[in-house]
Design a protein. Structure first.
Length: 428
């Protein structure tokens, strides 16, 4: 009698059950999660993931910035196909963003390990499941921190010294967890990541698998508006240098830029901190994070120019000084086309519809693709909802994505991409 006939859960059912278990860590009353980096719920789910990986025969290690790796050594001394995403979240977030990609990576590797044991595969590379540290950047800045350190984009010392709003550093937050290792993580040959789309393209086109071909270009600014503290009632209006007024004008200016280039430019202010934040004091300082994104580099450059003009107008109109730092910037940047083709073949082989899409959001694979050939996959997001407790992806799409990811990782691990002459493995 087969396991199915005995009533044992299928591989897909086990994955969905693990997903429900994972989603309980940091669960919010409205069906989302709050699992910011190195907080108690994040630590708890990392310990759960470690146990899950160990139970399935993987060796778990941590690097010096807290990235979590589950290693399946198949070919001693060979580099790794690094596959995964992140499990930290925004303060009130959906269950799928990032976390789906980590769990799907784990189950993909579990399935390939079973194929290895049955003699159904001929491995060339080892496999590593990764849970990158602080991808969201909601507690510590910058975002995509763990993969940035791993790929050498961000110095380790800078990351460890980053402080949250309470003044706690990354090093201090991770010290009691046991998640600070003494190495640099496994050597990567390739990378793969699957993620919910966080947009509507796949849903509106009735496409199951998104083949990510490139990132939108972006400019991200850390801005401080300097004014002068004063009494909110007694100070004559003409004498006020209100930092919050200046910051508010910049928020509106950013939205007006997006309206000027509809559908081509996205803008946002995702964080605003005001000092002294007292009801009877005119603010002397306001700090905000502002970003501009577009798939058209010429539009982005023009929007950036127009924004700088608006900064000068705001300084004059609000009698404030605006200090700005370009914290992140990247151009439209393609993923390796050979990886897109490999993923398309996997989807076609499984009878699943697929199509090329660009990613507006940043992902850890954005860092990884600059070091090793990287495949990025999307599954549909219902109504495009993301960074919201209402974020949702159908179970059927979750398991379809897992099937494609498994085949992609199997192909990468068998050296199919290397065989085309597109890559010589090396240190990420």
């Amino acid at each position: 009698m087969t396991a199915h006939e005995q009533g044992a859960p299928s591989a897909d059912a086990r994955f969905l059950e693990d997903f429900r278990t994972m989603s309980a860590f940091g669960a919010t009353p409205s069906g989302g999660v709050d699992r910011q980096a190195a907080t108690e719920p994040d630590v708890a789910q990392r310990r759960w993931l470690e146990e899950l990986l160990r139970e399935r025969g993987l060796r778990v290690v941590y690097d010096r910035v807290g990235n979590q790796f589950g290693l399946l050594e198949r070919v001693p001394g060979a580099p790794y196909v690094v596959v995964g995403s992140h499990m930290d979240s925004q303060p009130t977030a959906g269950r799928y963003d990032g976390a789906y990609g980590v769990l799907a990576a784990a189950h993909a590797v579990f399935r390939i390990a079973e194929q290895d044991a049955a003699g159904a595969s001929e491995p060339v590379y080892n496999l590593a499941v990764v849970n990158w540290f602080n991808e969201e950047g909601s507690r510590f800045t910058p975002s995509m921190m763990g993969s940035a350190v791993y790929t050498g984009v961000l110095p380790l010392e800078t990351a460890l010294a980053s402080r949250d709003s309470a003044g706690v550093t990354v090093a201090e937050a991770l010290a009691p967890t046991g998640f600070l290792g003494d190495g640099d993580g496994p050597e990567a040959a390739f990378c793969a990541e699957i993620h919910v789309e966080q947009g509507r393209v796949l849903e509106e086109s009735s496409t199951t698998i998104g083949l990510v071909s490139a990132t939108w270009a972006a400019r991200k600014y850390a801005i401080t508006v300097h004014g002068e503290q004063a009494h909110s009632g007694a100070t004559v209006m003409a004498d006020r240098r209100d930092a919050l007024v200046g910051a508010s004008m910049l928020v509106v200016a950013a939205r007006e830029l997006a309206d000027r280039f509809p559908g081509v430019l996205h803008t946002a202010v995702g964080r605003l901190d005001v000092y002294p934040n007292s009801p009877v004091v005119v603010p002397s300082r306001a700090e905000l994070l502002l970003d501009l994104r577009s798939h058209d580099e010429e539009v982005l450059a023009e929007a950036d120019r127009l924004f700088q003009e608006q900064v000068a107008r705001v300084e004059a109109a609000a009698s404030v000084t605006v200090e700005q730092t370009l914290s992140h910037a990247w151009d439209v940047n393609p993923y390796q086309p050979e990886g897109v083709a490999l993923a398309r073949a996997s989807a076609e082989g499984l009878g699943l519809s697929s199509g090329e899409v660009m990613t507006v959001a940043g992902h850890d694979s954005t860092n990884m693709k600059e070091r090793v050939p990287t495949v990025m996959l999307f599954v549909p997001s219902v109504e495009g909802v993301s960074h919201n407790e209402g974020e949702y992806t159908e179970d059927s799409d979750l398991v379809a994505g897992l099937a494609v990811l498994t085949d992609v990782v199997r192909r990468l691990g068998a050296g199919e991409l290397a065989a085309s002459g597109t890559h010589t493995p090396g240190r990420a």
